[in-house]
Write a protein of this length. Sequence first.
Length: 483
Amino acid sequence: METLEGNKVKLYVEVDEAEFEHDIDRAFKLIAKEVNLPGFRAGKAPRKVLEARVGVGVAREQALRDAVPQYLAKAVREHEIDLIATPEVEITDGAEAGPVEFDATCEVRPTITLDGYAEMRVELPSITVSDDDIAAAREAELKRGGSLVDVDRPIRSGDFVTLDLATTRDGEELMGLNTEDWSYEVGQGWVTDDFDDQLIGASVGDELTFTSTPKGIDEPADFVVKVTAVQEMAAPELTDDWVSDNLGEFDTVEEWDASLRESLAETKLNQARQSVVRSLNEALAALVVDEAPESMVDADLNQRVQGTVQQFQAQGIDLGQWLGATGQEPDQFIESMRGASVEAVKVDLALRAVADAENLEVGPYDFDAEYARMAMQYGQKAKDIRKAYEQNDAVPELQAQIRKSKAFDWLIHHVEFVDPTGEVIDRDTLLGHTHDEDGGHGDHGAGQDVQAAAAAVIAATDAEVAASASGTTESDNEEETTS
């Protein structure tokens, strides 16, 4: 093996003539199944007869096509090469006779150094319930008990309006954006980015004409909007009597406020927990100054596109029709996902760098635990899943996945989480840690949920794991195990 520039290595492989002769034998057996010779059943013609009929050259070419990838795979395993693209192979000797020699130029996953990961401040939604949060929750509940009344004034944010909407592009109506007597709450931010701005200040009877870009579509359209009604929500006055009459479990405003604070605290905490994986990934990717290898980005992008297409098919949606309705070309649709693929590749490199820097290792217990977890998830035996990975040489990829999960776990226990104001979020509250009497961590509760979500994201970046283990279990649930 020779190390080259640009995250590449070159393998020089030589196959002994006697060993390659076995590959030629196998090639002749394949040829025998395809050649009909009088006096011989299909696949039973002897090699000497086939040599006389088709020549050794044909079998040698077949053997080269079939065997070289296997010898290359063996060399890749032997030198523990972390391939990220299909190698470029050149037969340098033995194409016609003798020992076989070939070169393989392999692009490998780069190893990066990640500065500043231990000092990261990762921003999450606040978990603190403010008085404004309580007031907003009150208002929302009061509105549910309120009624709409007509107003004789220009439109404000929060008003309920009735509109006749006509939208065209090049004289053709846009699907879903032409309707009459449409009820809309101003401030929802639907239709276009500036749709609400166009409405605010208008009055009943006004007809608005403007050009804007509908959400989910790249090209602008022409809008004609007629305002036929403007209403506001008249909410009842908040009193103990209203609470008692309308919220049977509470007798006073104070009791209701206490319950609102508790439920809002739980909601905000869950929102922060759900943001941990995404926010930490974004922060990690931002630390990576190296360019993401195009081959890795393209592989991830291809996987994302295939997954999206499968989702459309599962929902019975024709992708071509959807692209036409949203005004997108296939290339635009694909490129819109490239940013996410670039981030995923950078996160992959970053987590590996953290694992290297923190000397995070994977031991037998870690493999046993992962096989057991997959066995429970897919309803199979752990030994069958282990066998699938071992038979397909997918254990190194699984090891890398486990190391990245360990790196993510290290990060969520060491980086600082802050809210949008810069206030530090208590880690134990965020991750659901409890403490035993000795000061150690007990139940991890929600922290395990965060780590499980992280593991799912990490696994999604390792397409080669699923690909290499695919189709190898002996269980009836084979496809489910390897997906």
